[in-house]
Design a protein. Structure first.
Length: 114
């Protein structure tokens, strides 16, 4: 829990997100492929993140996560989740899940530009 570090890169943030949410697709792939509303995605993420957990190791990002508040903390070194601001929380976690896993929202009326 040393000194100041440079912010995580986009790739590191995505890697940490995938690490924390890896079971989302394993458990709910059929459902999310068809598309889910924000409320349903929030419930799925809460379940996937669980009550509290994390992982770390030599040469890996340190990731802590909790379903309540959809919070994910990530850093290059050991961190104190009680003092550190979450890397993702709430709505940002839902948005990141849609982006990373390409989860459509059936309530979205905007046509895809692709």
């Amino acid at each position: 829990m040393g000194g100041e570090q440079s912010p995580l890169t986009r790739q590191e943030r995505e890697a940490a997100f995938r690490q924390a949410t890896r079971c989302l697709i394993a458990w709910y792939s059929d459902e999310v492929e068809k598309g889910v509303t924000d409320e349903r995605l929030k419930a799925l993420l809460e379940n996937a993140l669980g009550i509290f957990g994390g992982s770390c190791g030599p040469g890996r990002l340190h990731v802590t996560h909790q379903g309540a508040g959809l919070k994910i903390w990530a850093s290059r070194t050991v961190h104190n989740h009680c003092q550190m601001k979450p890397t993702f929380a709430g709505r940002a976690t839902v948005c990141m899940a849609r982006e990373v896993y390409d989860i459509p929202d059936p309530s979205e009326t905007q046509l895809s530009l692709l």
